[in-house]
Structure formats: C-alpha cells, structure tokens
Design a protein around this ligand. Structure first.
Ligand SMILES: [Zn+2]
Length: 76
C-alpha cells in the first residue's frame, strides 16, 4: 500500500435547484443533503445537475409545441 494523497478528493456541488452554494466531498454532500435538504431530494427536479436532468424524462408542461424530435441530443 502506498501512502494515499487526499489532495485528489472529488468535490461536488449541491444539486439543489435552490441557489445553494454548498460544495464538499461525497460524504459531506450526503450529510448536507440529508440535513439541509431533507426530503427535497425526492422531488422530481432533483438533482439539478446536467447529469440529473439528462436522466429525467423531458416534461415541459408550459410548452405546447408538439415538437416530437426533441429527444436524443447527439452531443450528449
Ligand atoms: Zn444544499
């Protein structure tokens, strides 16, 4: 085993749709979400990150355009 260098810890931003400035490690983020956003993360708009949005079906109740070919972005 080599000595581990903890400078390389991944930092995450809070995925709340609110304007939450929190950033921290995965553990810190988990704790933060559980305490500050308890229950909120069950909402449909969690997590408010590009990856989170990509994982959700695109539902836009405001948009009455019957554009059907909006799914599947080749740029990913
Ligand atoms: Zn937060």
């Amino acid at each position: 085993m080599t000595e581990s260098d903890s400078n390389d810890v991944q930092i995450y931003a809070c995925p709340s749709p609110d304007d939450c400035p929190f950033t921290g490690t995965a553990d810190e983020l988990l704790e933060h979400v559980n305490s500050e956003h308890s229950g909120e993360y069950r909402q449909d708009n969690w997590p408010d990150t590009p990856a989170g949005r990509a994982g959700r079906p695109v539902v836009e109740p405001d948009d009455e355009d019957d554009v059907d070919d909006q799914r599947g972005d080749p740029d990913g």
